[in-house]
Design a protein around this ligand. Structure first.
Ligand code: ATP
Ligand code: MG
Length: 450
């Protein structure tokens, strides 16, 4: 992409309405625009990151054997009356009446709708286990929408639902989700810690929230610092191997890690003092097991091998896709702007031409631009007639992890400059070596389209 042709409405001034750094930087970098309280338009740069995050979520869900589908945002109130939640859900649910006087709602979550799909089409134990998921907009009429996309009213969520024959099978689904979530967040360059949590209005027995540590987080968390050293890295995970999944979950759930709702002071004090931590965290996902809470009232049962009807055991599992943009920025920025992890960056590299209009510099930039595209990378080429300082400031603000700087002086020696946004370190090297190096850096991060 050439910056002169792109739509990147960066702001020079700090927007007054933004209280936290991620919100401020998303507005300044031209990623989002508020449409109403808690409702945002996703401008091209923000939309690109949103799509990258979605792609990672899709890949990791499908790697775990979960099947994507798409349900509507608008739901019928009748279905929610069947589960008893239409009255229970409270003011966060946006209720609407259509022209025929029928009650509808903008879905805050989808347990009822998915259970209705299941009961209409599945009747035998042979069809289980089954996990279906979607990435779809949700609406919750939050009393205090704030912090930009972190607590919106309209927000994008991955929500997945498992259907299993019994408790043991449902717990295998639970483990599968936990491990797939760990992989998902790691690919986004995030450390998200699973913490034992409280089940809230969705209701359930076993539940973990995934929290990214950040001062601006809304949750208070308590944990053993040992948990922050854990990493999946590039270990091979076989999602069909229940024992391996259990072992990984054991590894992550053994060190103490809880939110304030389930915090147990006595247990916490058993941790060696130097490893006791309390801080704040951003909830970026949650997994639940809730048994037959919805299958029973909605009649979602299957016949077992003996022909006996059993209510299926279910769980639901959410990832805050749009909130993740804010969480990643909270975890990765400096005073000059965002620092995107390679896995989610909107463009892989910024190409800065120090002297637009100089024949040699223009030609070299064109060549590098083409070479980057050939190796499958997406450059953002700042081809505007601007001062170098202004170009650098824009690149730093929007946070591309790598920058190639091209100028007449370097070209005389056959080199360009490759700079890391994170470390600030630069090296001079021939243009083809810079391209090669970036291709290597990004090889593990290139998202295949599904
Ligand atoms: P919270 O406690 O933050 O209100 P929740 O526990 O009600 O969230 P879940 O039902 O667990 O939310 O939804 C799954 C995920 O969706 C959450 O882990 C969070 O990352 C995201 N999410 C929930 N509410 C919002 C919101 N208002 N804006 C953006 N993301 C949200
Ligand atoms: Mg939650």
């Amino acid at each position: 992409m050439r910056l002169s042709r792109y739509f990147l409405p960066v702001l020079k001034e700090n927007p007054a309405e933004a209280q936290i750094v991620s919100h401020r930087l998303m507005l300044r970098a031209g990623m989002i625009k508020q449409a109403q309280a808690g409702i945002y338009s996703w401008l091209p740069l923000g939309f690109k990151v949103l799509r990258k995050i979605e792609n990672i979520v899709h890949e990791e869900q499908q790697r775990a054997g979960h099947i994507p589908l798409l349900m509507p945002t608008m739901q019928s109130a009748d279905l929610w009356r069947e589960s008893g939640r239409y009255d229970d859900y409270g003011e966060e649910m946006l209720r609407i009446t259509d022209r025929h006087g029928r009650d509808m709602l903008f879905g805050p979550t989808n347990e009822e709708l998915i259970t209705d799909i299941f009961r209409s089409h599945v009747s035998s134990y042979r069809d289980l286990p089954l996990t279906l998921y979607q990435i779809q907009w949700k609406f919750r009429d939050e009393i205090r929408p704030r912090f930009g996309v972190m607590r919106g009213r309209e927000f994008l969520m991955k929500d997945g639902y498992n259907f299993d024959m019994d408790y043991e099978a449902a717990m295998r689904a639970y483990d599968r989700h936990m491990v797939s979530y760990l992989r998902t967040y790691e690919r986004m360059g995030l450390k998200a810690i699973p913490m034992r949590a409280d089940s809230g209005p969705i209701g359930g027995e076993d539940t973990h929230e995934f929290l990214v540590l950040a001062e601006t987080g809304e949750s208070e968390v308590f944990y053993d610092s040992a948990i922050t050293d854990l990493k999946l890295g590039d270990r091979e995970v076989d999602f069909a191997d229940a024992a391996q999944l259990r072992a990984i979950c054991e590894e992550w759930t053994t060190p103490y890690a809880r939110t304030d709702e389930t915090h147990d002071e006595a247990k916490f004090n058993e941790i060696p003092e130097e490893r006791r931590r309390s801080s704040r965290g951003i909830e970026v996902g949650q997994i639940f097991y809730f048994g037959t809470k919805y299958s029973e009232p909605l009649g979602a049962s299957v016949q077992d091998a003996e022909g006996k009807k059993v209510d299926v055991h279910m769980g639901s599992h959410g990832i805050g896709v749009s909130r993740l943009l804010g969480a990643i920025i909270e975890a990765s920025h400096d005073e000059n702007g965002i620092i995107w992890p390679e896995g989610v960056t909107p463009f892989h590299v910024g190409l800065v031409n120090l002297k637009q209009g100089d024949e040699a510099a223009d030609a070299a930039c064109e060549q590098i631009y083409a070479a980057l595209n050939i190796v499958g990378l997406e450059p953002l080429y700042d081809d505007r007639k601007e001062r170098a300082g202004g170009k650098f400031a824009t690149m730093d603000l929007i946070g591309l992890p790598w920058r190639i700087t091209v100028g007449p002086r370097g070209l005389k020696n056959g080199v360009v400059e490759l700079t890391s946004r994170r470390s600030g370190e630069s090296e001079e090297l021939p243009p083809e070596d810079a391209v090669k190096k970036l291709a290597e850096i990004y090889a593990p991060h290139l998202v295949k389209s599904l």
